[in-house]
Design a protein around this ligand. Structure first.
Ligand code: NAD
Length: 251
């Protein structure tokens, strides 16, 4: 049986670990040729190795905050695989743990640079390519912090609310051009980003207490939602921030 993304070309940023890696593996499983991109070359190459012979896959190093890197990333994707059908703008960083009045301005700049400007730069180039080829699909990784407050993480919350805003606006601007744009809003997921929390039994208990479902999520649970949003199975869905959070924002 053909996969949900059979013969599509997918590009995933931040695919060297966590949610991005799980998404690269899920998209390969569903038949897409996959471009794995990250600033972490070792992690990215490892993702390609994990894909193995499931599908065609390659690693391209790119820092999403660098316009030249992003230009080259999209250009090389199309040169190698012929098109860009599914883009997943997932690279992101977190800080948190400090209230606003104590947060260094440099921290705000760093988080906004990767989480917002990075998504902005990627979307611009991806959309230009998709317009040229007559359509495509974009999924951004926002967060539950794109929908509600996260205490002590104002800069991260602002960045993820911005990702939801970019998603909604691009969805409306390009709907008639055959480009759908959605985002996922994960709750707590077991990745390197949250390692300091889930490795500490006390902090893990406090985290799980905020999750109505009674556990934290696995990267694969987010990846499967990204596959759905990237596939024709969600053909009437655009501009949607999809919560994948065990009920976190419903509480
Ligand atoms: P992760 O740290 O495992 O993965 C993030 C990846 O992004 C890393 O491989 C890192 O090298 C890469 N990256 C960082 N800066 C980059 C840059 N400038 N250019 C290119 N790549 C860069 O964390 P994760 O949890 O898999 O995070 C993926 C996305 O999910 C992020 O956008 C994050 O904000 C979001 N998210 C995570 C959670 C969670 O609980 N883990 C919850 C909600 C949202």
């Amino acid at each position: 049986m053909p996969g949900q993304l059979q013969d599509k070309v997918a590009l995933i940023t931040g695919a060297g670990s966590g949610i991005g890696r799980a998404t690269a593996l899920a998209m390969a499983r569903e038949g897409a040729a996959v471009v794995v991109s990250d600033v972490d070359a070792e992690g990215g190459e490892e993702t390609v190795t994990l894909i193995g012979d499931k599908s065609r896959a390659t690693f391209i190093h790119a820092d999403v905050t660098d316009p030249d890197d992003v230009d080259a990333l999209v250009t090389r994707t199309v040169e190698m695989f012929g098109s860009l059908d599914c883009a997943v703008n997932n690279a992101g960083v977190v800080n948190g743990g400090t209230r606003m009045h104590e947060m260094p301005d440099e921290t705000y700049d760093r988080i906004m640079n990767v989480n917002v400007r990075g998504v902005w730069l990627c979307m611009k180039r991806e959309i230009a390519q998709m317009l040229e080829q007559g359509g495509g699909n974009i999924v951004n990784t926002a967060s539950g912090a794109g929908l509600v407050a996260l205490p002590g993480a104002a800069e991260y919350v602002a960045s993820k609310h911005a990702v939801v805003g970019l998603t909604r606006t691009a969805a409306v601007d390009y709907a008639a051009d055959g480009i759908r744009v959605n985002c996922v809003c994960p709750g707590y997921v077991k990745t390197n980003m949250t390692r300091a929390i889930w490795e500490d039994p006390e902090r893990l208990t406090a985290m799980v207490a905020k999750e109505p479902i009674g556990r934290i999520g696995e990267p694969e649970e987010v990846a499967d939602a990204i596959v759905w949003l990237s596939s024709d199975a969600s053909s009437f869905v655009t501009g949607h921030p999809l919560s994948i959070d065990g009920g976190y924002v419903a509480l």
